[in-house]
Design a protein around this ligand. Structure first.
Ligand SMILES: Nc1nc2c(ncn2[C@@H]2O[C@H](COP(=O)(O)OP(=O)(O)OP(=O)(O)O)[C@@H](O)[C@H]2O)c(=O)[nH]1
Ligand SMILES: [Mg+2]
Length: 297
C-alpha cells in the first residue's frame, strides 16, 4: 500500500492568473472568491484536497504585484510569510500570456525558500492553442529546475488529477491526515459570507473601484420565529463618488449584489437568509494603517 502523505502547497503567481479558480477546482468547493479583476484574493486561504493516500493543504494567496498602496505592500508581505512554511511552492503562469517581468520577479523570489519543492503550473490552457501551450511549457522550463511542470485547465477540469498526484508525491509522509475528512477550508463562516458579498460587488465594476471595495459582516441575528438568519454587512468604498456606483439607480445594483450574494450564502449555510447591505465610505482605506487594521489587514 502507498504511504500516506500530507502537507502544504502555497499557490503563488501574478494577480488574475487563476490561482483561486484552480484552488476551488482542486478542493471541489468554492473556498476562495474569484473575479476577472486583478487582486481579488486578499487573504491566505486554505483549501483541503482529500485523497485515499494523502491530503493536500492548498494555501491560495493574493497575487504578487508591484504595490501601489499600503494594502498592496501588506498583501505581498502576507504571501512571503506563507512561503517559508510550506512543502511545495506552486507557481502559476497563464498559458495565454507571455512570461514577463512580473513572473520573473516572483520566480527569483522563490530562491529564498530552498526548503520548499517547486512546481510550475501553466494555467488557462483552454484559453489558447495547443502550440502556444507547448511554447509556454518550454519558456517556463527555462526559468529554473522545477520538480514538475504541469499544464491545467480549471474550468474544464483538465489535468487536475495529474496535478494532485504530482503534488502528493512531493508531500512528506504523515501518520495521519492533517484535517478531518469533511474539512474543505478553515476559513470561518463569517469571513466566507463577507467574501461572497465582495465577489458579487466586484461583478461589473471597473477601473479602481474593485480595489476600493471591502466588506465586513457587522451582525448576524437568529430569527427563530421565522427560521431565518439575518445578516447585516457593510460594503466599504473609498470615496463618496464610488458609493453611487455601487448602489446604482434607485438602488438597483445593490439589490442585484444582495441577491447574488444571498443565493451563495444560503447554499453555504443550507438555510434561508435575510441579507442587509449598507454602503459606507472609509476614506482611502487602502492607504490608511488604522483603517486597514480595522478591516483585518
Ligand atoms: N479560460 C480560463 N479562465 C480562467 C482559468 N482560470 C481562471 N480563469 C479566469 O481568470 C480570472 C482570474 O481568476 P482568479 O482565479 O480570480 O485569479 P487569481 O490568480 O486568484 O487572481 P488574484 O486573486 O487577483 O491574484 C477569472 O475571470 C477566471 O474566470 C482557466 O483555467 N481558463
Ligand atoms: Mg485569487
Amino acid at each position: 500500500m502507498a504511504e500516506y502523505r500530507a502537507g502544504f502547497v502555497s499557490i503563488v503567481g501574478r494577480p488574475n492568473v487563476g490561482k483561486s479558480t484552480l484552488t476551488n477546482a482542486l478542493v471541489g468547493e468554492k473556498v476562495a472568491i474569484t473575479s476577472s479583476k486583478p487582486q481579488t484574493t486578499r487573504r491566505a486561504i486554505r483549501g483541503i484536497v482529500h485523497r485515499e493516500h494523502g491530503q493536500l493543504i492548498l494555501v491560495d494567496t493574493p497575487g504578487l504585484h508591484r504595490p501601489r498602496t499600503l494594502l498592496g505592500e501588506r498583501l505581498n508581505t502576507l504571501v512571503q510569510s506563507t512561503l517559508g512554511d510550506v512543502d511545495v511552492i506552486a507557481f502559476c503562469v497563464p498559458a495565454n500570456e507571455a512570461i514577463g517581468p512580473g513572473d520573473r520577479f516572483i520566480n527569483e523570489q522563490l530562491d529564498q525558500y530552498p526548503r520548499a519543492r517547486k512546481v510550475a503550473i501553466v494555467t488557462k490552457t483552454d484559453a489558447t492553442s495547443k502550440s502556444k501551450v507547448a511554447e509556454q511549457l518550454l519558456a517556463v522550463s527555462e526559468l529554473r529546475e522545477w520538480d514538475a511542470i504541469i499544464p491545467v485547465s480549471a474550468p474544464r477540469g483538465e489535468q487536475l488529477d495529474v496535478l494532485v498526484d504530482e503534488l502528493l508525491k512531493l508531500m512528506p509522509a504523515s501518520e495521519h491526515p492533517l484535517y478531518p475528512a469533511e474539512a474543505r477550508t478553515d476559513e470561518d463562516t463569517t469571513e466566507r459570507i463577507a467574501e461572497f458579498v465582495r465577489e458579487a460587488a466586484l461583478e461589473g465594476v471597473s477601473d479602481e473601484l474593485p480595489h476600493s471595495i471591502a466588506v465586513t459582516v457587522d451582525d448576524m441575528v437568529e430569527r427563530e420565529d421565522k427560521d431565518l438568519l439575518e445578516i447585516y454587512a457593510n460594503v466599504f468604498v473609498e470615496r463618496d463618488s464610488q458609493k453611487g456606483i455601487i448602489i446604482g439607480k434607485g438602488g438597483q445594483r445593490l439589490r442585484e449584489v444582495g441577491a447574488t450574494a444571498r443565493a451563495q450564502i444560503e447554499a453555504l449555510l443550507g438555510r434561508k437568509v435575510y441579507l442587509a447591505l449598507h454602503v459606507k465610505v472609509a476614506k482611502d482605506w487602502q492607504r490608511d494603517p488604522k483603517q486597514l487594521g480595522r478591516l483585518g489587514f
